[in-house]
Design a protein around this ligand. Structure first.
Ligand code: SAM
Length: 256
C-alpha cells in the first residue's frame, strides 16, 4: 500500500506543490505510473530520487501538472472569445489588462496577443501570463513550438509571426515582447486585481471541487465589473451568480 498522505506532506514541504488540492483517484494513478517509470518501488524511495535527480524531478513535475496546450485551442471557442472580447471590452475600457492563468508554454497568451494585435489593441493592453511551473515558463519565453501546437493559428498570423526551421516554429519578438510571464500558483498565491479578461482553461479540472470554487471566487474578485472570464471547452461554472458572474457565451462569463 503506497503512503500517499506522507508523499503529499513531503511534496508540500519540499516542492511547494499542494497535491491535496488535486482529485485523488486520478492523481494517485498518475503518481504511481510516473513512480514505476522512474524505477522506484515505494514513495519514500521515489521522493529521494526526486530530491537528488533534477531530471526525475522535472519529469515528475511535468507529468503531474500536465502541460498540454496549443495555439487557439478549441478554435471556434477562441473565435467566440475574440468577438465578445472586442465587442464588449475594447469600446468600454481605454486600457485592457488581460491574464492567461496556468498558461503552460504560452500558446494561449500568445494567441491572445495576436488577437489584440489584429484588432490594433496592443499599445493599450497588457498581457500577463502565469504558471506554477518555472521550466514551462522558460519554454514560454523562448517561444518555439511544434507543428501540432501551431496547427490552429490562422494562415495570416502564421505567416506574419512565425519562422519555420527544421519543423519547429519560432515566434517573432514582435508578439513575444507583448506578454509578461511570471510564476504564480493558483492555489497558494494571492491574486492581483483589476483585470478586464482572465483566461483560465484546462487546469481546474484536475482540482477538487472546493479548490476549484475558491479559484473561481478569486478570479471573479480579480475582474473589474464588465470583465470576462474564459474557461476551457470541457468546463462550466456551476451557479455563476454565486461569484457575481453571468454567462454570456458557452465558455465565457462576465463579471456583473
Ligand atoms: C493543461 S495545461 C493548460 C494550458 C492552457 N491554459 C490551455 O488550456 O491550453 C495546465 C497548466 O496548469 C499549470 N498548473 C497546474 N497546477 C497549477 C497551479 N496550482 N497554479 C498555476 N498553474 C498550475 C500546469 O503547470 C500546466 O502548465
Amino acid at each position: 500500500m503506497l503512503d500517499f498522505n506522507w508523499f503529499y506532506t513531503w511534496s508540500e514541504k519540499t516542492l511547494h506543490l499542494n497535491l491535496i488540492a488535486y482529485k485523488e483517484g486520478q492523481l494517485q494513478r498518475r503518481i504511481e505510473t510516473i513512480m514505476k517509470k522512474s524505477g522506484a518501488t515505494d514513495l519514500k524511495q521515489f521522493a529521494k530520487m526526486i530530491e537528488t535527480d533534477e531530471n526525475i524531478k522535472k519529469n515528475f513535475l511535468d507529468y503531474i501538472t500536465i502541460n498540454v496546450t496549443e495555439f487557439y485551442r478549441n478554435k471556434e471557442i477562441f473565435e467566440e472569445f475574440e468577438e465578445v472580447f472586442i465587442n464588449r471590452l475594447s469600446s468600454k475600457f481605454k486600457a485592457l489588462k488581460v491574464w492567461s492563468a496556468a498558461c503552460s508554454t504560452g500558446a494561449e497568451a500568445y494567441s491572445i496577443a495576436m488577437i489584440l494585435k489584429k484588432n490594433k489593441l496592443t499599445a493599450s493592453s497588457k498581457i500577463i501570463a502565469t504558471d506554477i511551473d518555472e521550466t514551462i515558463l522558460s519554454k514560454a519565453k523562448a517561444g518555439t513550438y511544434s507543428k501540432l501546437e501551431v496547427q490552429n493559428v490562422p494562415p495570416l498570423e502564421k505567416r506574419l509571426y512565425f519562422t519555420e526551421q527544421n519543423n519547429r516554429y519560432a515566434l517573432s519578438d514582435d508578439i513575444k515582447k507583448t506578454v509578461h510571464f511570471k510564476k504564480h500558483d493558483l492555489i497558494l498565491d494571492s491574486y492581483e486585481k483589476g483585470y478586464h479578461a482572465i483566461i483560465c482553461r484546462n487546469v481546474t479540472i484536475y482540482f477538487k471541487n472546493e479548490v476549484k470554487e475558491k479559484i473561481y471566487r478569486n478570479i471573479a474578485d480579480s475582474l473589474v465589473p464588465g470583465g470576462l472570464f474564459f474557461i476551457g471547452a470541457t468546463e462550466s461554472v456551476y451557479k455563476p451568480e454565486q461569484y457575481g458572474l453571468k454567462k454570456v457565451a458557452a465558455f465565457l462569463y462576465e463579471k456583473v
